[in-house]
Design a protein around this ligand. Structure first.
Ligand code: CA
Length: 170
């Protein structure tokens, strides 16, 4: 009878064993941002979107290469919620006074700021930016630790932010 219960799943032992195994699979399949050397967002409900600040100064193109080496991408700010998450991350986890390169360009069409995948960039411009004097030459963006952004020349080298999903191992 005991054997029958075990084989056909009627016993508590078998149920517990299945439950334990399922839990282990779930736990095993849920890495955290810290597992991949990144920081978890305190704002986004998807705890698997991870951020990291890089202080080696790079141009945007170089930064994209560096982030992709880690199987990530340069941070993309596509919504107000994502902007809040990035702002929180910068204020909590990065060195004070730093400005960081993020994705976004208006090189194709002046004043039409797009992410590299074509989606609109969610942007909170710093007062006076984009400045009339220079906007023709400034097609990349940096974000300050107050969450405002400034358009800059794409040849400038700055610290930058990468993002990745926690399932993407380094
Ligand atoms: Ca500017």
């Amino acid at each position: 009878m005991i054997l029958k219960n075990l084989v056909f799943g009627k016993g508590t032992w078998r149920k517990d064993w299945i439950k334990a195994k399922a839990m282990r699979i779930v736990l095993h399949a849920s890495p955290k941002c810290s597992d991949v050397g990144y920081h978890e967002s305190n704002v986004l409900s998807d705890r698997c979107i991870c951020f990291r600040a890089n202080y080696d100064k790079k141009t945007k193109l170089e930064a994209e290469v560096e982030c992709s080496k880690e199987k990530g991408s340069i941070v993309q700010i596509e919504s107000g919620l994502k902007h809040d998450a990035i702002l929180q991350f910068i204020q909590d986890e990065t060195q004070p006074g730093s400005a960081f390169l993020v994705d976004g360009s208006d090189e194709a069409v002046e004043d039409n700021w797009r992410l590299s995948d074509g989606r609109p960039l969610y942007v909170v411009w710093r007062a006076g930016e984009p400045a009339q004097c220079c906007k023709r030459y400034e097609h990349c963006v940096e974000i300050y630790n107050d969450g405002t952004t400034n358009d800059i020349q794409c040849s400038l080298k700055l610290p930058f932010l990468c993002e990745k999903h926690c399932y993407d191992a380094i």
